[in-house]
Design a protein around this ligand. Structure first.
Ligand code: G6P
Ligand code: MN
Length: 444
C-alpha cells in the first residue's frame, strides 16, 4: 500500500548534517515519502552553503516534493506534520566557549557533559521553548522530533514545561550508533538486533543484546570488548578524539564489566585524564569545523548553480539520518519499532524517581513513546544516576527561576566539577559569555 506523504520542517537546517539527512531521506523515500520539505534556519546565510545541494537532491530523487526555505518561524511551523529539530543555539561560536572555558579551570570541556553541557543546556531550553510554543500555536497534532543537545537537559526541561505533550519526543543517536558498531563486530544485521539499556541520556548502560530470533549476543560482545579495541562502525572516518572515546569503553569495562557503558560516561570516570589530553586552544568545535563541516561544504559547493546531479556524491548518514527517518516512519505508520528512547520514568526503572526523564529501550508508534519496563537498577548505577539527575533537575530549575544559587549547586553536583570554588569560577565565566542567551540572579 502506498504510504501517505508528509510535510516536514527541518529546524536548524543550516547544520552541516542536513545534506546527509536529505540524502538519507531520499534513499528511504518509499518508506517515508515527503510532500513538502521546509528548511528553517534563523541564519539563512549558513543554510546558503548547502541550499543548492539539498535542492538538487530533492529535485533529482523526489521532484514531486515541494521545497520551501524560510527564516520566518511562523511560515516554518504553521502547517507541518513533523518537525525534525536539530537547532544549535549559539552555533559553533558558543560551542567553542562551552568547551574552552571549563578547560581554563582544569575541568572537562565538552558540549553535553560538565559545565559546557550546562551552559549549552541553558541556551537550548530557551530556543526549544520558543519553537514548541510556535508549533503549538498552530497545531497540537504536529510531531516534534527533537535531536537538539544536550538532550538530557532539553528533554527534562520540555517534560516539565509541556507535561501532557506526548507528540514532543527527544532522541539521541549515540545508543543507535553503538548498536551499529556492535552489529559490525558481531557480523549481524543491526535491524535484527534488540537491546536492553538503562540510564539517563549520555549516561547509560547496555545490559542485554539479542536478535529477533532470540539469540543472545551479550556475553559474546562483552568478552570481545574485554579483549579487543572497541572501534566505531565507521572508524576510518573518525578523528582521533572519537577513536579515543570508544577505546575508553574498553577501559571502563576493565574496571566494571557487567554492562556495556555508553561512550559519554568517559567524561565522568576519566575527567582528569581527558582534561590532560585536551588542548584548551583547539577543541572539538574547532575539529568539526576543519573536518566534518569542511567536507560537507566542499561536496555541497559542487552543486552550486547545477541542474543535474551527475557525478556529485549523494551524502547519506547511516546513523543520525537513518534514525531520524526511521523514528518518523515508525510514528507516522504506527510501526512500533524498537529504539533506545528518552521518556518520563513513571516506574520503568522502578527504584528511580518517577518524574525523571530516563533513557531505556522502548517503541515508537501513533501514541508516541512507550518505554519497556526495566526493573530496578543496582546501587552503583543508582547512585551515579541520582547524582546526575539532581544536576539535571537543578539546571532546569536554575533556567526557569533564573536562580544563581541553583546553577551553582547544579555545577557543584556535576561529577566533572565537584568543587564549589571551581563551580563558581566556571559559572561566572560562562554567564558572562552567555549574556545574550540566559541570565541568573543572585538572591541571597
Ligand atoms: C554523538 C552524540 C550526539 C552528538 C554527536 C556529534 O552521536 O550522541 O549527541 O551531537 O555525537 O558530536 P560531535 O562532537 O562529532 O559534533
Ligand atoms: Mn546524543
Amino acid at each position: 500500500m502506498k504510504r501517505t506523504p508528509h510535510t516536514i520542517t527541518i529546524s536548524g537546517a543550516g547544520s552541516c548534517r542536513t545534506p546527509a539527512l536529505i540524502g538519507t531521506l531520499m534513499q528511504m523515500k518509499d518508506r517515508f515519502p515527503v510532500k513538502k520539505v521546509i528548511f528553517f534556519d534563523k541564519d539563512l546565510n549558513r543554510f546558503g552553503k548547502i541550499e543548492d545541494y539539498c535542492r538538487l537532491l530533492l529535485h533529482t530523487f523526489s521532484p514531486e516534493t515541494e521545497v520551501v526555505v524560510t527564516g520566518d518561524m511562523d511560515e516554518a511551523y504553521c502547517a507541518c506534520d513533523f518537525v525534525f529539530c536539530q537547532m544549535r543555539v549559539g552555533q559553533n561560536t558558543m560551542r567553542s566557549y562551552d568547551e574552552k572555558i571549563p578547560l581554563k579551570y582544569g575541568l572537562v570541556g565538552q558540549e553535553t557533559c560538565g559545565p559546557g553541557g550546562f551552559a549549552y543546556g541553558m541556551r537550548s531550553i530557551g530556543g526549544m521553548k520558543e519553537m514548541v510554543d510556535c508549533v503549538r500555536k498552530y497545531s497540537k497534532e504536529t510531531w516534534i522530533l527533537n535531536y537538539t543537545n544536550p538532550a538530557a537537559i532539553v528533554g527534562l526541561a520540555l517534560d516539565r514545561l509541556y507535561p501532557d505533550d506526548h507528540r514532543l519526543i527527544n532522541m539521541c543517536d549515540q545508543p543507535y550508533s553503538m548498536m551499529v558498531s556492535f552489529a559490525k563486530i558481531l557480523n549481524v544485521d543491526v535491524k535484527t538486533l534488540r537491546a536492553r539499556y538503562f540510564g539517563l541520556n549520555h549516561f547509560g548502560w547496555f545490559t542485554a543484546l539479542y536478535d529477533t530470533e532470540g539469540h543472545d549476543y551479550f556475553d559474546t560482545l562483552r568478552d570481545y570488548l574485554m579483549n579487543h579495541d572497541f572501534k566505531p562502525y565507521n572508524a576510518e572516518q573518525r578523528t582521533k578524539s572519537w577513536l579515543d572515546t570508544y577505546l575508553r569503553v574498553n577501559k571502563m569495562m576493565n574496571c566494571v564489566s557487567e554492562y556495556i557503558p555508553t561512550t559519554y560516561l568517559q567524561y565522568y570516570f576519566y575527567a582528569d585524564e581527558i582534561v590532560k589530553e585536551s588542548d584548551p586552544q583547539f577543541t572539538r568545535a574547532d575539529e568539526t569545523i576543519l573536518t566534518r563541516e569542511k567536507e560537507v561544504w566542499d561536496v555541497c559547493a559542487l552543486a552550486r548553480g547545477k541542474n543535474e546531479l551527475g557525478e556529485i556524491p549523494v551524502l547519506t548518514s547511516p546513523v543520525f539520518g537513518s534514525m531520524m527517518v526511521e523514528v518518523a516512519e515508525s510514528i507516522a505508520y504506527d510501526l512500533n519499532q524498537e529504539f533506545i528512547v528518552m521518556t518520563r520514568n513513571t516506574g520503568l526503572i522502578d527504584n528511580f524517581p518517577a518524574e525523571a526523564v530516563v533513557e531505556v529501550a522502548g517503541t515508537l508508534g501513533k501514541d508516541g513513546v512507550r518505554g519497556i519496563p526495566y526493573g530496578p537498577v543496582k546501587t552503583f548505577y543508582k547512585g551515579l544516576m541520582e547524582n546526575q539527575y539532581a544536576y539535571e533537575e537543578l539546571t532546569c530549575e536554575a533556567w526557569m527561576e533564573k536562580d544563581y544559587t541553583k546553577a551553582l549547586q547544579a555545577l557543584t553536583l556535576n561529577r566533572t566539577v565537584n568543587d564549589f570554588d571551581k563551580a563558581k569560577a566556571v559559572l561566572d565565566d560562562l554567564m558572562e559569555v552567555n549574556q545574550d542567551y540566559w541570565t541568573l540572579e543572585k538572591r541571597d
